[in-house]
Ligand binder design. Sequence first.
Ligand code: IMP
Length: 196
Amino acid sequence: MSKIRTKKAAKEQEGHRPGEALRVLISHARIQKKVAEMAREIRRDFPMDSLHLIGVLKGSIFFLADLARELGGEVSFDFLGVSSYGKGTDSTGEVKLTKDLDLSIEGLSVLVVEDILDTGLTLKYLLKSFEERKPKHLRVAVLLDKVERRIADVKADYCGFTIPNEFVVGYGLDYDERYRNLPDVCVLQLESRGKT
Ligand code: IMP
């Protein structure tokens, strides 16, 4: 990672559109280090298992890709689509399955890979659905946890960073499908959100 980018990243940046600003919350270097630590912890708990990773589309794609490469050993993937947010930054509270798993998880050691745990409603819905499919183990890894927003009674087994109640984008996370490709996790500041 170049020094120039890190220096630039520390400043507030213009977003894609007028009225949108970005502030780096977690740099790409910190994310990489944390993902490697999480992978070591998961492998310590499941040294011999073939791990079946389930990525929740689309926000978890970079996290899953990096975690899978750090895990080593036997790993397989599947993906599932849910939508709990409309176009804005606030949850509708409704969880909708937009794409089911391709493969059966019966008897497998499953690791659900989520980008962010917010109200917890999505994860609660997913865990219920997965438990019914009789996996051997069912664990959850999340990169980010907004603990103070929790409504549902759920907890991740492996968590990267606890973050404050701010809307974040980057490293897979989007606002209106934009900003997923930022390497860092950034707080998105919307001019309209600051006004009362
Ligand atoms: P929950 O059901 O409220 O826990 O929401 C989980 C989903 O909401 C995540 O998988 C994200 O897709 C989305 N989400 C929650 N907070 C944020 C955020 O700060 N930025 C972008 N997406 C978010």
